[in-house]
Design a protein around this ligand. Structure first.
Ligand SMILES: [Ca+2]
Ligand SMILES: [Ca+2]
Ligand SMILES: [Ca+2]
Length: 367
């Protein structure tokens, strides 16, 4: 059994990729065009100035107190080559390629497509509440929703729970003080559903051949088992994890990354480590959505779902590897860290059979 706790990069807050450009250091600057003698021929002067390899261009963006000068002044670069001798500062890993922002005329840093990046983008263990995650519950007031619970957790003191936090069930009919339904047939119960959505985050435009993009989490499930009808297994109550593209906008779309049907709606009184492939949303802004829906009022007297240690990460291939992640034929390289699982963590939404990533989750009860 595994837990989804990685040893590296334990950032306790959501670390959404900064949209702002790094590298805007506050170095002192002089106006590179102050020696231009003919102010009426500014265009030629700019080209001459840019062509001068020794041009002492300002670093990064303009200082705040010179906005009037910048507004009135000419652009400082016209093409990427103009930035060759400019120091736009130090960017984050894999975001160090210099280019000319044609809108601002300023040399900036952008992503290097062929770079591989080992980084945590989002981390949520629900130790401090639901944080910036948002609950959507069409049936408020029925006691059953997403909340933080200390009842079951994969790591730390708490997790996110779908159910009635007082009685630990997603049955929403009347119950007595001992959490026993007052109507044995449950005829006063109704459908329960709610979702929990993460803040938006951006996945960088890095090369899929070198960088893996994935979400990992631990899940504990006790829900209505599949029903056999005419030899067909039907799963009514479902917990699903979605990737949400353009979250909160009119063009929002969702796609399933994980469904509890894959586990028959039970994890056997333990947390299961799940890893989902997010490479489809490279260079896009998405969110994650945890969703439970019973669809109907029947057979809902089950404990529900706990989710803990949700992480969105990018990781590099092992040195010399020619494909990202791992597969039945490409094993993970052990990380030499005690108490971590070194086997391939197969994607719950793998397009290629058996494809996954070397997540190295922490082993339970080890050491
Ligand atoms: Ca936790
Ligand atoms: Ca509700
Ligand atoms: Ca049900």
């Amino acid at each position: 059994m595994t837990r989804g706790v990685r040893w590296s990069c334990r950032v306790p807050v959501v670390a959404v990729l900064a949209a702002s450009i790094l590298g805007c250091s506050g170095n002192s600057m002089k106006n590179p065009y102050e020696d231009v003698e003919d102010p009426t021929d500014a265009e030629d002067a700019v080209e001459d100035a840019i062509a001068d390899a020794s041009l002492d261009l300002p670093v990064g963006d303009a200082p705040a107190d010179s906005s009037a000068d910048v507004d009135a002044g000419p652009p400082r670069c016209a093409k990427d080559e103009d930035c060759a001798n400019v120091d736009p500062g130090v960017g984050e890993e894999c975001r160090q390629r210099k280019y000319c922002d044609l809108e601002t005329g300023v040399c900036e840093l952008t992503w290097q497509a062929d770079c591989c990046r080992d980084r945590e983008i989002l981390s949520q263990g629900f130790e401090g509440g639901l944080g910036a995650w948002t609950v959507e519950d069409p049936f408020k007031g029925d006691r059953v929703t997403w909340s933080v619970s200390q009842h079951w957790k994969a790591f730390g003191a708490s997790s996110a729970y779908f159910g009635d936090p007082a009685c630990h069930t997603y049955y929403n009919g009347a119950m007595d003080s001992g959490c026993v339904p007052t109507d044995p047939k449950g005829l006063d119960a109704s459908r329960v559903t709610a979702s929990l959505t993460s803040p938006s985050f951006e996945l960088p435009p890095l090369n899929l051949a070198k960088t893996s993009f994935f979400v990992s989490f631990d899940v504990w499930i006790a829900a209505e088992p599949p029903i056999l009808t005419d030899g067909q297994s039907i799963q009514l109550d479902l917990f699903r994890v979605f990737a949400v593209l353009n979250p909160g906008t009119i063009s929002e779309t969702t796609k399933v990354i994980f469904t509890s049907a894959a586990l028959g709606n039970t994890t056997g009184d333990r947390f299961i480590h799940v890893v989902g492939d997010l490479s489809e949303w490279r260079n896009k802004t998405i969110a994650l959505r945890l969703d439970f829906d019973s669809l109907d009022p029947r057979d809902n007297h089950f404990e529900g779902v706990y989710v803990d240690e949700i992480r969105v990460s990018t990781s590099c291939n092992a040195a010399g590897a020619t494909a990202p992640g791992c597969s039945p034929t490409v094993a993970c390289v052990p990380d030499s860290v005690p108490c971590t699982e070194d086997s391939c963590q197969v994607f719950s939404n793998a397009v290629l059979q058996g494809a996954g990533v070397c997540d190295h989750p922490l082993l339970v009860d080890c050491g």
